[in-house]
Design a protein around this ligand. Structure first.
Ligand SMILES: CC(=O)N[C@@H](CC(=O)O)C(=O)O
Ligand SMILES: [Zn+2]
Length: 313
């Protein structure tokens, strides 16, 4: 029935979860998920079972990123199969529980789609985070969301770096999608950020409904920003930070950074310049949660991916 060569077929995306509170101090996702748990009318779609779920309730209660360890790094094969029960860190136990409910990760029983709602203190605007450039279902969803949001912008961060990719909560699903909206301080709710996240999710669920109804999505291209490297703050011999993000770079997420451009400013006023070999697009600039990870920002490269046509199998 398909009108295109190489149409990719995916089974219906009936089981969908919406995660909030993977980081307990990122308030848009926590608030939306709590709201939809009370009344799910807004997230209901024909032929879709959308489950709102608080992933790290202890961290939400304390309004911290995590209690023992970062839940959004915890979904490794080692953690998910670790014996030890109650001796394990809280988030490792919780990852196992989430994997039992929404996975198992990598199995046919896993949920079809998981949306994981995050906020950043960086000036990233609306960002969707993917883990695979080969998932044509997700690429088509990105195209649909971007078109639906226009003229407002919604960018796609492609995190499939062999070393820098991490084991996210959403990675339990067949099609993992991260939503990252900022700037919003930790523990704070801002109405513009909250509403932006809500609109992205509306379009995402509309896409799934259309797909499940049998709509065929024609081939398209999707602009993405591929993770290249993490850049740490300059440090002294004792490991203490000796410079801040340069004012020319601060809040300039997604704007080109060229070799020789100012990158950091030392406390005594010296400028440190970017030394890379070509233009990159920085993002997660001065993210509060990344100080402990020794990351000042990440660099990305702009790419255009081709998504094949998709239709329900
Ligand atoms: C600021 C923040 O928490 N960002 C998320 C990004 C993601 O969900 O991939 C994280 O590091 O887990
Ligand atoms: Zn987060």
């Amino acid at each position: 029935m398909s009108s295109y060569n190489n149409t990719a077929r995916f089974s219906e995306a009936r089981r969908v979860a919406i995660f909030g509170g993977t980081h307990g101090n990122e308030m848009s996702g926590v608030t939306l998920v709590n709201l939809w748990t009370k009344n799910g009318t807004e997230i209901q779609r024909k032929g879709v079972e959308a489950v709102p779920f608080i992933t790290n309730p202890k961290a939400v209660e304390k309004c911290t990123r995590y209690v023992d360890t970062d839940l959004n790094r915890a979904f490794t094969p080692e953690n998910l199969s670790a014996p030890g029960g109650n001796d394990l860190p809280y988030e490792v136990l919780r990852a196992q529980e989430i994997n039992r409910i929404f996975g198992p990760k990598g199995s046919p029983e896993a949920y079809d789609v998981i949306f994981d709602l995050h906020n950043t203190t960086s000036n990233m605007g609306c960002t969707l985070i993917l883990e695979s450039s080969k998932d044509h279902f997700n690429l088509q969803m990105m195209n649909y969301i971007k078109k639906s949001m226009a003229p407002a912008s919604c960018l796609v961060l492609m995190n499939e770096h062999p070393l820098l990719k991490y084991s996210t909560s959403r990675s339990v699903a067949k099609h993992p999608v991260g939503l990252e909206v900022g700037p919003q301080p930790q523990g704070v709710l801002r109405s513009n950020i909250f509403e932006a996240m809500r609109v992205i999710l509306k379009h995402a669920l509309d896409f799934i409904e259309l797909f499940n109804e049998g709509v065929e999505f024609p081939p398209c291209t999707v602009e993405v920003f591929r993770v290249l490297e993490w850049i740490d703050y300059p440090r002294d011999a004792n490991g203490n930070i000796i410079a801040m993000v340069h004012p020319n770079l601060q809040d300039c997420d997604w704007e080109p950074l060229n070799p020789g451009d100012p990158m950091f400013q030392t406390f005594d006023g010296k400028t440190i310049h970017y030394q890379g070999s070509g233009t990159v697009y920085p993002t997660f600039i001065n993210e509060a949660a990344y100080y402990e990870k020794q990351q000042a920002f990440i660099t990305t490269r702009r790419e255009t991916l081709v998504a094949s046509a998709i239709i329900k199998a």
